[in-house]
Design a binder for this molecule. Structure first.
Ligand code: AMO
Length: 439
């Protein structure tokens, strides 16, 4: 087991004995020669066995073993690596000496590339074997790692806040309630309260990448009931500072993805990763609605957030006017923002908050927070929230607290939009929705 060579290492390896391990993609069982395409996590390679039994007399147990191989079976094989330009698949092949089958021979796969997404999700472990899916998972790893590195290099502290909570973390809507011994608990909709707690705790700058839960019954391409939330919160900033950091993080993430996977993304998805220039365009929500109206689309409720078509229209505007795939919508009305958002001193009807739109879909919300406890309490009351229930949170602001702000960003949404996938179902390792708890 120890001397396994990855398929991607074979090209640079010398001709001679090798062991490769992976799963069977295809078997071509010809009269004189047999071919197996073996795939591992790094690529695929051709295995070859010139039959010795084609005279119908000489015994050839290896040929029999190959004939019996089913697609999807995991194998470890030994053989002779040979570089040969004539081999289409990478100019190399492995002449088989022995095959060791792992586990039971694979049953026939119930899915194919063109199977519906729902059925593919039923068989997600098979669906994930596709090279496109493996690349999506690698892109996410790289993007997440680049953000984490950016933060760690700048002295941020990584926190892990509890996902079992005694109260709602965003609003009473979309809240999962669970039995908790004699009491009730709620699944965290966001790390909001506890990432803010790190500010009076004196941590200065924190981040978290963790699950968040929303009892959202919708079946859109961008909603899940459990998703990975990428969060940041830091002291001594306003919403403008948060936006400036946010765009730097996006640039860092996309630069890393382009460097590491640009060629593979081009080959598999026919896409170019574009590194956005900064600053991203910024436009107040009210003005954005006017721009969208001028483009011929009226957002149905003027007192509400942008609807999906409005988001697409303002993204088209940002692309045409500023050449940008990203746009910040700013200055949301207090009526459509949570109680903890800070408001403008000169226009208390507007919050110091923003949404970040990427290619026509919201990926993030950020804001400066209200840190004056009397104002915060009044804003909570105004939103019909019970200051009693929020007591633990309001206490964070009673014993000294710096001004602070941050954002939350949906990881799957970023990856979906980056790789132009049709749904977050395609890019989430295991999707959770109103009717999906398995696998
Ligand atoms: P918000 O509720 O806008 O803000 O959520 C932040 C981001 O999380 C993602 N998101 C979702 N992704 C998939 N499925 C869902 N059901 C879902 N809901 C949200 C989106 C969204 O932009 N506490 C604030 C953030 C902050 O101010 O720091 C919050 O949770 O990409």
């Amino acid at each position: 087991m120890t001397d396994r060579t990855l398929v991607k290492q074979l090209a640079a390896s010398a001709d001679g004995p090798v062991r490769v391990s992976g799963w069977v993609e295809t078997v071509r069982d010809q009269k004189k020669v047999q071919f197996v395409i073996l795939r591992d996590e790094s690529g695929s390679v051709q295995l070859v066995h010139p039959r010795v039994d084609h005279d119908g007399v000489t015994p050839d147990p290896l040929a029999e073993q190959i004939s019996a191989l089913s697609t999807g079976t995991f194998l470890s094989v030994e053989g002779e690596l040979k570089h040969d330009e004539r081999v289409k698949l990478g100019g190399i092949e492995v002449k088989l000496a022995s095959i060791e089958v792992s586990g039971a021979p694979a049953l026939e796969s119930p899915i194919a590339d063109d199977t519906s997404i729902d059925k593919r999700l039923d068989w997600r472990f098979l669906d994930l074997r596709r090279p496109e899916q493996q690349l999506i998972a690698r892109v996410q790893t790289t993007f997440e790692h680049a953000l984490r590195s950016w933060w760690v290099e700048r002295d941020f502290i990584e926190i892990h806040t509890p996902k079992l909570m005694a109260s709602a973390s965003e609003s009473r809507a979309e809240l999962f309630e669970v039995e908790y011994f004699e009491n009730k608990a709620y699944l965290a909709q966001s790390p909001q309260f506890f990432k803010q707690m790190a500010q009076p705790a004196g941590f200065g700058k924190v981040f978290e990448i963790a699950p968040a839960f929303r009892a959202d019954p919708s079946f859109t391409s961008r909603h899940a009931t459990e998703f990975t939330s990428v969060d940041m919160e830091l002291s001594w900033v306003d919403h403008e500072d948060v936006m400036a950091i946010h765009e730097q993080l996006i640039v860092a993430g996309l630069t890393a993805v382009k460097e590491k996977h640009g060629d593979d993304i081009r080959a598999l998805f026919d896409l170019e990763v574009v590194i956005p220039s900064t600053p991203f365009p910024r436009i107040p929500l009210a003005e954005a609605k006017r721009v969208v109206a001028e483009r011929g689309y009226t957002v149905p409720r003027q007192d509400a957030d942008m609807d999906p078509e409005g988001e697409r229209q303002i993204a088209a505007w940002a692309k045409e006017e500023h050449g940008s795939d990203f746009v910040f919508l700013t200055d949301y009305d207090t009526s459509i923002r949570p109680f903890y958002h800070a408001r403008h001193a000169d226009d208390p009807q507007l919050t110091k908050s923003y949404d970040l739109i990427f290619r026509g879909t919201e990926i993030s919300t950020g804001a400066q927070r209200e840190h004056r406890v009397d104002v915060l309490e009044a804003q909570a009351r105004e939103k019909g929230m019970d200051p009693e229930e929020l007591g633990f949170y309001l206490d964070f602001f009673r014993y000294g607290v710096p001004p602070h702000g941050g954002f939350g960003m949906g990881l799957s949404r970023v990856i979906m939009l980056l790789l132009e996938q049709s749904s977050i179902r395609e890019v989430t390792y295991l999707f959770r929705g109103p009717n999906r708890l398995l696998p």
